[in-house]
Design a protein around this ligand. Structure first.
Ligand code: NAD
Ligand code: DAU
Length: 327
């Protein structure tokens, strides 16, 4: 299979590209190389690369030549950045998705939209989100991802496009840009810098190893039904426990943990019902304890990958997001 992987230079997309190539498939990558896109993630992989924006229909048309499917990872992905400025999120996650759907329609090829559990909103009172539940996004990021999902469903219904959606939980593993909870706290702990935990730290997330997430996306690409969404869940943990475990694994001082001003509109809990994906044959291979330990070890051993990222644009963002919280 020859597949166009948009956003393939990012965290999850680059693992997916490697997975396809390992399986003997051909991957064509289209990526705008925003702050989180990184050519180093694809070093030696042997995938055709197009440095371009998914919002550019001509670039997409050129890259998709000869492909049987598009898997769309391209997005603005960080909730905190979406709170600082939502415009890029609407542009890429909504308008960009529409450009890809249009191309899938015209080329008559399959599309998988990589979406998120955040589209369901939070579940403070227990229970698990199922694929048919109403979408109640809380942040500009999750609202833009929900917009992408709704476009996919509209294109299936209106034009008969062959498209499915995956809704994944919080994903962790090697090569994740160090702005989200696990890579931020791991790299800060390794540098002896404070770990800024929002609010009481009792928020809960499901943690999904990147390889398990990619296996699910591949399964949906090959066997998912048009117009259907598939939840990809993980192991539920409180943020406080994840932070404490990272301190243990790095051997950093417990005093580095700081409770700081909360994220506005912060969702307390996500949890997914994964029966639909399990019925296709998926189950997670990684246990969170081992997966987290291996991930922290990866960051400890691969400073050359992340140290250059924690300067320039990153520092400016970090100051804006955390300086007043940590003051
Ligand atoms: P990431 O930020 O590491 O990667 C995003 C990639 O998209 C980058 O390579 C970036 O350069 C590229 N990109 C951004 N805008 C683009 C544009 N306009 N045109 C082309 N390329 C563009 O993010 P990630 O964590 O790998 O997430 C990938 C996908 O998975 C996203 O759609 C995200 O919503 C979804 N997702 C992420 C998680 C998670 O926990 N990380 C969980 C569930 C779903
Ligand atoms: O649930 C899937 C989503 O997971 C993906 O769709 C998003 O792309 C991804 O960013 C992630 O969103 P979250 O907001 O859940 O992830 P983040 O790592 O930013 O935060 C996880 C939890 O940790 C959340 O409750 C906020 C908290 N947190 C995060 C950061 C960055 C802190 O307490 N301090 C921090 O500095």
């Amino acid at each position: 299979m020859r597949v166009l992987v948009t956003g393939g230079a990012g965290f999850i997309g680059s693992h997916f590209v490697k997975r396809l190539v390992r399986a003997g498939d051909e991957a064509v990558v289209l990526d705008k190389l925003t702050y989180s896109g990184n050519r180093a993630n694809l070093e030696g992989v042997g995938a055709e690369f197009h440095a371009a924006d998914i919002c550019d229909p001509h670039a997409v048309e050129e890259a998709v030549q000869g492909c049987e499917a598009i898997v769309n990872f391209a997005a603005e992905t960080h909730v905190d950045r979406s709170i600082l400025g939502p415009a890029d999120f609407i542009q890429t996650d909504v308008a960009g998705t529409q450009v890809l759907l249009d191309r899938a329609r015209r080329a008559d090829i399959r599309l998988v939209q990589v979406s998120t559990d955040e589209v369901y909103g939070d579940l403070e009172d227990g229970g698990r989100s199922r694929e048919g539940d109403p979408l109640r996004p809380s942040s500009p990021y999750s609202a833009s991802k929900a917009g992408g999902d709704l476009q996919v469903l509209a294109y299936v219904r209106t034009y008969g496009v062959d498209a499915s959606i995956t809704r994944g939980a919080n994903t962790y593993g090697p090569n994740q840009y160090p702005e989200k909870l696990i890579p931020l706290f791991a790299t800060n702990a390794l540098e002896g810098e404070p770990l800024p935990l929002y609010g009481d730290g009792r928020q809960r997330r499901e943690w999904l190893h990147v390889e398990d997430h990619c296996a699910a996306i591949e399964l949906v690409l090959r066997e998912g039904r048009p117009g259907e969404a598939y939840n990809v869940g993980g192991e539920e943990r409180e943020n406080l426990d994840v932070a404490a475990r990272i301190l243990e694994l790095t051997g950093a001082d417990e005093g580095l943990l700081r409770h700081v001003e909360d994220r506005p509109g912060h969702d307390r809990r996500y949890a997914l019902d994964t029966a639909k994906l399990r019925a296709l044959g998926w189950s997670a291979a990684a246990a969170f304890e081992e997966g987290l330990a291996a991930t922290v070890e990866w960051y400890a051993e691969n400073r050359a990958w992340w140290e250059p990222l924690r300067s320039g644009e990153y520092r400016a963002y970090y100051e804006q997001q955390y300086a007043h919280r940590l003051a």
